[in-house]
Write a protein that binds this ligand. Structure first.
Ligand code: PEP
Ligand code: MG
Length: 557
């Protein structure tokens, strides 16, 4: 049997599948036997056991996983949630049901806030399930334990699960839900695990079935033949050779340089990015530094962070993005108003203009960091709609002392006006995640429209071409920093459309470097030309893969 989904990356794996246990059924709306104090005592024991377990697992995992799990442990001990649980138990509800209702109400509230807050709602749901499991005396839901490596199959993965993935055990991920920019896909890319998301029928697979998961084709083949297994094992060995190859600069087979840069969200990620061969930073998401801040960060606070980042890249290019607040990444101090459609609201540069002092403070902090370090700092604005907005940002940045100032191309209007933008901006960086969302009118957070969120769509590629052509004509650099740049074959097409640099999660650099080294600029352009003529994302992908490239074998040999 062959199932299909959206592949993340180019990796493949073969092994037995193990399914994530299904969520526990909701506890019935029943009454307890009358002793509210005893019922509450049971719940409190469960809450503290769950918090201890999460903290212990965090301590074992370390790093980012530790932060995620400690935050979940805090949720299990949140005083306002415990008060709500107590009030429900006092009114006669069973402990299990009271936990379910109290956490559910809080989850609904977070979900209604959207974006980053809605993601925290998923975490809260996971904590609630763990408490209910503890009260029932059944195993907590989560990643199954196994002594042998396996391919994990799930409807989707909660951040608390993904933080704990044991990379020695989990060979690949297959999920029923999610699209190319979903949490699971981003995690898979950052950890270099092959993943196929949005696979219809995935949950019908039975534990222990041997499958071949191939991210390059987005396919899952059950009970493969010995020949198919041998093929995958060969491909895995070739990829390992690529990953451990020398960290050379990004270049095409004809020598055309395509610098490979890193997408980062904290200066702490700099060293790992350099170790993976990043030639600089193509997107530093400053809003990630302040997601939990209630008040605007000061110039000094920001300067310290930016200086730390730039110091790690002396002599290299570092592209920092001004705060991109709103929609999926709301900041309390910038996005106070409720909006029905935050993705179409006062976000990115629009929100910064509405609070210009905040923008001035950020740019001032960047100027100070620029002047104190040796890195080549470029600064860009998110969510820019036209040349007037681009000119506003570039002029302000230069007035304040920045050397290189540009804009992100995420709103289709900017691509349509690419020639005007090239006149006023030092550079353009294409954010294919949002550009795809807005071109296809498909919310990037919404699994039900995931099939539309495909940057391979010729409508998106044609906009990229407009930007590439305008940049080439004006002699201005055009980078790509959305998830699309991390897809090796698409990276080739983007270069064929005029991208001069590519920026991605550092774990993707090795694969992209290898793919680029196998094609000349002429071949990349030929692939791009075919993709532009396709009628769908799938056809574009197919067309680009169909161009035979003579040097390809040389790269992986
Ligand atoms: C993008 O939209 O492609 C992008 C790089 O920005 P973000 O994913 O942070 O919105
Ligand atoms: Mg964006």
């Amino acid at each position: 049997m062959k199932l299909h989904g959206v592949g993340v990356g180019r990796g493949s794996a073969v092994g037995p599948i193990l399914r994530m246990p299904e969520p526990l059924p909701a506890p019935e709306a029943a009454k307890h036997e009358g002793d509210a104090a005893a019922e509450l005592a049971l719940v409190k024991t469960a809450l503290s056991n769950v918090a201890d377990d999460l903290n212990a697992r965090g301590a074992k995992a370390g790093g980012e996983a530790k932060d995620v799990l400690e935050a979940a442990a805090l949720m299990a001990q949140d005083p306002s949630l415990i008060d709500d649980v107590k009030a429900r138990i006092d009114a006669g509800t069973t402990g299990e049901r009271a936990v379910f209702e109290a956490f559910g109400a809080f989850q609904d509230m977070l979900t209604s806030l959207g974006g980053y807050m809605a993601e925290r709602a998923t975490d809260l749901g996971d904590v609630s399930q763990r408490i209910i499991a503890a009260l029932r005396g059944v195993p907590a839901p989560g990643i199954p334990e196994s002594d042998v490596p396996f391919i994990l199959v799930a409807s989707d993965l909660a951040p608390a699960d993904t933080a704990l993935l044991d990379l020695d055990r989990v060979l690949a991920l297959i999920t029923r839900d999610g699209g190319p920019t979903s949490h699971t896909a981003i995690l898979a890319r950052s950890k270099s695990i092959p993943a196929i998301v949005g696979v219809t029928g995935a949950l019908e697979l039975t534990d222990g079935t041997i499958v071949v998961a191939d991210a390059a084709t987005g396919s899952v083949v059950t009970d493969p033949t010995a020949e198919q297994v041998a093929e995958v094992e060969e491909a895995i060995a070739r990829r390992l050779a690529v990953a451990s190859g020398p960290l050379t600069a990004g270049a095409l087979a004809d020598g055309t340089k395509i610098p490979l840069l890193a997408n980062l969200g904290s200066p702490k990620e700099a060293a790992a990015a350099v170790a993976l061969g990043a030639e600089g930073v193509g997107l530093f998401r400053t809003e990630f530094l302040f997601l939990d801040s209630k008040t605007a960060p000061t110039v000094a606070e920001q300067e310290a962070q930016y200086t730390e980042l730039l110091a790690a890249f002396a002599g290299k290019k570092v592209v920092v993005r001004a705060l991109d607040a709103g929609a999926d990444k709301p900041l309390a101090f910038l996005n106070a108003e409720h909006e029905e459609n935050p993705a179409l609201g006062l976000r990115g540069l629009r929100a910064l203009r509405a609070k210009e002092q905040l923008l001035r403070d950020q740019l001032t902090a960047l100027v100070n960091a620029q002047n104190a370090t040796e890195a080549d700092l470029w600064v860009m604005a998110p969510m820019v709609a036209d040349a007037g907005e681009a000119e506003y940002f570039v002029t302000l940045g230069k007035e304040l002392g920045l050397k290189t100032v540009g804009v992100m191309a995420e709103v289709p209007s900017l691509a349509v006006l690419a020639d005007q933008i090239a006149e006023v901006s030092d550079f353009v960086s294409i954010g294919t995640n949002d550009l795809t969302q807005y071109t296809m009118a498909a919310d990037r957070m919404l699994g039900s429209v995931a099939s539309y969120q495909d940057p391979w769509h010729p409508a998106v590629l044609r906009l990229v071409k407009l930007l590439g052509d305008a940049g080439a004509l004006a002699g201005k650099p055009v980078g790509v920093c959305g998830e699309a740049a991390a897809d090796p074959l698409l990276a080739v097409v983007l270069v064929g459309l005029g991208a001069t640099t590519l920026s991605m999660t550092p774990a993707a650099i090795a694969d992209v470097r290898a793919e680029l080294a196998g094609v000349t600029l002429e071949e990349a352009r030929a692939k791009a030309a075919l993709a532009l003529q396709a009628r769908s994302a799938a056809e574009a992908r197919e067309a680009a893969s169909s161009v035979v490239v003579a040097e390809a074998d040389v790269v992986v040999a």
